[in-house]
Ligand binder design. Sequence first.
Ligand code: ZN
Length: 165
Amino acid sequence: MDKLAVLDSNVMQKSLRQEIAANKSDANLTTGQNKFGDNRDTYEKRMYLIASDSYHASAQNPTDVELASRSETWTRLLFNIIPEKMLKACFDEAFKNHEGVFPVSAYELKDAWQAVKDRERERIIASRRALPDAAASACTHCFGTGMWNPDGRGMRNGCPHPIGK
Ligand SMILES: [Zn+2]
């Protein structure tokens, strides 16, 4: 490396250090809970495990400092975006979609959370669609056929499946 490059990288590292320090004081201001009710301390601990997975999945052996730095940064970026209990699922999702030898990034975790949320939304919509069918099969008037004879004038379609009545 020539002198200029060394100087550049020193300047870069210094400004990076300053940035990290600034972010640290930011982070200290936002200790406590996120909008999901997660505690920042436990969140960062769980993130540490995720960060560790991200390195090891790429066959990298990080130092404790690297791990702590990554989990702190990722916590700061994602604390109010991904709920703690979904971090592992998001990492698994991100890893599934990940290509290349570089570790999974915070961006990929964020995208994974969007994908997990979309899927969950579709699942809820689908289960709502399935609900009338479930109600039908539990119906003691028509046993799922939809046919009923509410007034004695003959069997016909249109049972509203009044469960338990
Ligand atoms: Zn019915």
